[in-house]
Ligand binder design. Sequence first.
Ligand code: G1P
Length: 302
Amino acid sequence: MTTNAQGTGKRAVKAVIPAAGLATRFLPATKAVPKELLPVVDRPVLQYIVEEAAAAGITDVLLVTGRGKTSMVDHFDRRPDVEQRLEEKGDQVRLAAVRRTSELADIYTVRQGEPLGLGHAVGTAASHVGNEPFAVLLGDEFVDEDEPLLPAMLDLQQQTGGIVLALLEVKPEETSRYGIASVEETDTTDTVKITGLVEKPSPQEAPSNLALIGRYVLPGSVFEAIADTKPGSGGEIQLTDAMATLLNQGVPVHGIVYRGHRYDTGMPLGYLQTVVELAVKRADLGEEFRAWLTEFVGGRKG
Ligand code: G1P
């Protein structure tokens, strides 16, 4: 790592969002619409994720896309025809909302030709990112904007030059859905030193209940490790395995335990919960929606 006089390296300024997946869990909705564009109230999931990056100062965003998913890029483009119509109608609120999508970040794309795994998807970003630290944000989860996670991760990575992961305590029976970290005993509860990583272990094999959630800040050296990674869990090239290689080579790996609210839209139930939670929080329709929901759940409506 190159360091400056303060002993810290370059802060990551780029993000990679792997979004090439087929989203079979949402078929047939995702036959023609990428799951990343499914709406949460009136913004697609992907916009929440790009907003999370932008709020942390990252405005260079690389989308790893696949066949049939180019509409994701259109979402972040200008729409002069729509803007003109809104201007004529004097609808300043919607005009600002439409313009905002194209002002959030510079969006770049790269194709992942075959679905060979998360590690492989991140590997396609090598030439765009180069040998510098960068963030990876998975395309179907995001955190509450009032409880951000990325700024602390970016700060820590700048200090260590290593890998910084976001961790969530999950129920023991859920370990086989996640990458799981072993950590050093520590007095601080929020930042931990990671001593091992394993992808989707059974509850019996899991070294802890600390799961990797979809936020990573990685050094550029991860690309070489990915290139050397053989297919692992599920026959896929796993990012977790590439990171474990760097860990074994002595690269510092830390985790920040996230205690805020994470929205996971990767499965229908989590997606529905996210829509309801964020609709209730909305200033414009939250009050009315909450009142209706309360009645509905009480069995008096529907
Ligand atoms: C991926 C990662 C896994 C991580 C999870 C977080 O798995 O491989 O380590 O815990 O994302 O959502 P996927 O959900 O793509 O199977």
